[in-house]
Ligand binder design. Structure first.
Ligand SMILES: O=P(O)(O)OC[C@H]1O[C@H](O[C@H]2O[C@H](CO)[C@@H](O)[C@H](O)[C@H]2O)[C@H](O)[C@@H](O)[C@@H]1O
Length: 369
């Protein structure tokens, strides 16, 4: 792994990176960064070089341009909405503490959550993302899904019915699910050591994300990248149960457990009562590498809409795309309006005296009384 930096050798790489950097203020995903010779991903570079946004978007069509088609296919299905936070609901900014979400975005998420079960799955601590979003009608998962607040997991008993897991709150109120809980003391130790080891490097920000730690280098001088990487690695090396991952100008120290945003999505579907439903249609909107795990889960389910937020071509398992948070806002507003209009026309038909025959999963039809 190497930090994202300006290229020094290949001319082709230089011009590609410069264009991408100018367009997106260095928000190059790791799949496009200058490769290190030691980087096992070096073989993906020529593929990225051939991609241009116009050809990429053919394979990952705009979720706005495809909206009608998507909603037509969603008729009669139960949509569940999953949203990433940074770079999706809020724009990427230099100071992570100031990545605020706009009031319009908040209103759009509020509306969406009125009609569809909605969860926010972020790399931030759950408390921090809740503080930014400030909505009570959504579910929150922080630390890349390692800290979920949701209804308790259901267990299947011998009578074949689902029951709340023993020992948990039976009133279906929300309970935390924290698969990395045993790592909390070690995480606090790592945090302290990282702060100590990197304090002399100008521009570094260490963020406590509860079950993981972020080391931000967005404001670090390029000439200090190697030093920072070396220091961070020297801390992580003495914790064999942890590993490093890389996001947008950030290194993250995470416990090595088999749990990611994809698992969080599945967990939430299950606890919200959608497991094994053939008519459930998850929508996941995210911009970062960690969102890919959720995109893959949706693809493997064979039903749902994985949507990447990017204005640059990148390797992704998403099927659709949106360019930036402002397009996310438009998409969410249209989604809420689409549902509202659908409900409205049903209400109107009822008012006009039509009889509604409900076929459950198949939807409903209106007949003249
Ligand atoms: O899963 P997410 O909600 O997308 O969180 C991923 C990381 O997002 C934040 O960092 C990123 O956004 C910052 C604010 O715009 C930006 O300054 C930083 O460079 C980005 O990496 C957050 O601060 C991290 O802790 C999250 O892991």
């Amino acid at each position: 792994m190497g930090l994202q930096r300006s290229p020094s050798s290949k001319q082709k790489v230089r011009s590609f990176l410069k264009a991408a950097k100018d367009e997106n203020k260095s928000d190059l995903s790791t799949d496009m960064r200058t490769p290190h010779l030691s980087d096992p991903c070096i073989n993906i570079e020529p593929i990225s070089l051939d991609l241009s946004y116009n050809s990429w978007v053919v394979d990952h069509p705009s979720a706005l341009g495809s909206f009608d088609r998507m909603m037509k296919a969603a008729k009669g299905k139960r949509m569940v909405v999953f949203l990433d936070y940074d770079g999706t609901l809020s724009p990427i900014v230099d100071n992570p503490d100031r990545a605020f979400m706009s009031d319009e975005m908040r209103a759009a998420v509020l509306e969406v959550a009125k009609y569809f079960p909605t969860a926010i799955i972020s790399g931030r601590s759950r408390a921090k993302v809740k503080e930014f979003v400030k909505l009570s009608n959504v579910y929150y998962a922080g630390s890349h899904g390692m800290d979920i607040m949701a209804p308790p997991r259901r267990v299947k008993s011998t009578d074949g019915k689902h029951h709340t897991a023993a020992g948990l709150d039976r009133k279906e109120s929300e309970v935390p699910f924290q698969p990395a809980k045993k790592f909390l003391p070690a995480i606090q130790e790592i945090l302290t050591k990282l702060e100590e080891k990197t304090k002399a490097i100008q521009g570094v920000r260490i963020e406590d994300n509860s079950f993981c730690v972020s080391v931000h280098f967005r404001q670090v001088r390029e000439e200090d990248y190697d030093l920072l990487e070396e220091r961070v690695k020297s801390v992580v090396e003495s914790y064999p149960e942890f590993h490093l991952t890389e996001g947008k100008m950030v290194l993250e120290v995470r416990p090595s457990i088999t749990w990611n945003k994809g698992h969080a999505l599945e967990y939430l579907l299950e606890t919200l009562g959608f497991s094994n439903s053939s008519d459930v249609l998850p929508v996941y909107i995210g911009d970062d590498r960690t969102d890919e795990d959720a995109f893959k889960v949706i693809r493997s389910r064979g039903q749902g809409y994985p949507i990447i937020v990017s204005s640059n071509p990148k390797d992704t398992s998403a099927l659709f795309s949106l360019q930036d948070p402002s397009e996310v806002l438009t998409f969410l507003s249209r989604l809420a309006r689409w549902k509202n209009l659908g409900l409205g026309s049903r209400r109107k038909k009822r008012k006009l005296g039509f009889l509604c025959i409900n076929y459950g999963k198949e939807g409903s039809i209106y007949v003249d009384k």
